[in-house]
Design a protein around this ligand. Structure first.
Ligand code: NAD
Length: 451
């Protein structure tokens, strides 16, 4: 190969026009189909992460050969998971574990069980983890896993898939190699099954996964950590934006782990939730929806649209509810060129990964909406996962206050570093976060002699 010539796997795309419009158009072409995620998004998570990486790489003047190292994952594992479900038939799902970059430490990233999981989505989320762990400055690389199974399985089916997946990927995992965690449709119980299955082969190894139940060496504060981290980030930004958390109204899209914890902690600060959605629908009340009561009601099997004291609205109209803070906490691409103009918020705190497409980013910038991006806003989960891992390696436990205090320190530091960089360079937080993250990974890779 001639000097400077670059090989780029065809399947990670080769478009050179990186404008938001071109990214959305290219993606729509590639999918050859209409909307896939949520309300009208046709941009994949991979397009979104790649777009931001390329913009930052241009600003850092990264050479093309170096870019390829950071764009392509280090290792990709695809496995077959045949499972007999309650309909009596054997279903074959695909499972993925993708390790993007490990220059700064063991690979780290969640496992998602969702019918829309595919290899490109897992690639995107794995690379996002590389930049996120670097922005938070925790000693991990980036990885992600997923299984393209239905989201509404019986517990016994879920357990079978979790154990089968672990059996097939355990060779590339390890407490000093790659440490999974929860993501969409996986939780502490799923982590317990994964740990147990790994333990059958390797002996009791709590540090193999994070986000475990407290009874099985999970960390206090881990379950709430991603939502709490979002609130810490907002609290740090609030004085500069002239908003007071106690007088804030907010909307949550997706009321799972991240969304429900962010809502409950915002409410503790005195803020009022005026609309909320999950996969079953959306509700609104200008008087406020009690975040804790809604969580109890949903946990007891209630349906969001039947919750007392709120009116049902079309989920597509959630984005248009006036509020100070909008918290996307569901899937990627849900804020896109079709609905961004309708948004009536001052701040977006991205609890979800890649919720905003590049075209929506541009529209929202023109509307002066301040976006605290996923790559820093939702890092609280991996930060407390780092604490859990560190506790497990020492077989020692910190109390919840200590965990939350340490989380606050890390999130505030990340916010100040990124917002300082944004001010210095006259760019938005997302670009600044990518610059900070990429620089740290490049430095680690150069020091190790990888590039
Ligand atoms: P979860 O499975 O606990 O919750 C997901 C929620 O989204 C559920 O309430 C579901 O009903 C809702 N949802 C699904 N489709 C929807 C739709 N079309 N409209 C509205 N709501 C919809 O998952 P989670 O762990 O809370 O993850 C949510 C997001 O946060 C994901 O993007 C994930 O990658 C990201 N994230 C999670 C963590 C973590 O620690 N769990 C960390 C960082 C980022």
């Amino acid at each position: 190969m001639a000097d400077g010539e670059v090989t780029t796997p065809a399947d990670v795309g080769a478009e050179t026009d990186k404008s938001p419009a071109a990214v959305e158009e290219a993606s729509a072409r590639r999918r050859g189909a209409g909307p896939k995620r949520g309300d009208g998004a046709e941009v994949s998570n991979l397009d979104i992460v790649r777009h931001h990486f390329e913009l930052a790489a241009d600003r850092l003047a990264l050479a093309d050969d170096v870019r390829v190292v950071f764009w392509t994952p280090y290792r990709e594992v695809t496995v077959q998971i045949p499972v007999k479900l309650s309909d009596g038939r054997t279903h074959v799902f695909s499972g993925y574990r993708i390790q993007h970059n490990g220059a700064r430490g063991p690979y780290k990233g969640g496992i998602r069980f969702h019918p829309e999981v595919d290899v490109d989505e897992v690639r995107a989320l794995a690379s996002l983890m590389t930049w996120k762990t670097a922005v938070a400055n925790v000693p991990f690389g980036g990885a992600k896993g997923g299984v393209n199974c239905p989201g509404d399985l019986e517990p016994s089916e879920l357990q079978e898939i979790a154990r089968s997946f672990m059996d097939k990927i355990e060779k590339v995992l390890g407490p000093n190699r790659d440490i999974p965690a929860p993501d969409v449709n996986t939780n502490a119980q799923v982590m317990a099954w994964l740990m147990d299955e790994y333990g059958k082969l390797h002996g009791h190894t709590p540090a193999i996964v994070t986000g475990k139940p407290i009874a099985l060496e999970g960390s206090y504060g881990r379950e709430a950590a991603t939502g709490r981290g979002c609130v810490y980030m907002f609290r740090e930004a609030a004085p500069h934006l002239g908003v007071s958390p106690a007088d804030t109204t907010f909307v949550v899209q997706g009321y799972g782990n991240v969304g429900s914890w962010a809502a409950r902690i915002m409410q503790q600060l005195g803020a009022r939730m005026v609309a909320v959605s999950d996969a079953n629908g959306a509700i609104r009340s200008d008087q406020g929806i009690d975040a804790s009561k809604l969580q109890e009601y949903l946990s007891a099997g209630g349906t969001i649209t039947d919750f007392d004291g709120a009116e049902e609205i079309d989920p597509d109209d959630l984005v248009a509810v006036p509020c100070d803070v909008f918290i996307p906490a569901a899937l990627g691409g849900m804020i896109n060129e079709h609905n961004a103009e309708r948004m009536r918020c001052k701040v977006i705190v991205e609890g979800a990964n890649s919720p905003t497409t590049p075209a929506a980013d541009r529209i929202l910038r023109d509307q002066d909406v301040y976006i605290i991006p996923d790559v820093m806003a939702n890092a609280g989960g991996v930060v407390v996962s780092y604490f859990e891992w560190a506790q497990n390696l020492q077989h020692f436990r910190w109390d919840e206050r200590e965990v939350n205090d340490k989380l606050g320190t890390v999130m505030r530091r990340a916010y100040r570093e990124v917002s300082g960089r944004a001010r210095e360079e006259g760019i938005d937080l997302r670009q600044a976060a990518y610059l900070v993250g990429i620089e740290r990974v490049v430095e680690a890779s150069r020091t190790r002699g990888y590039i």
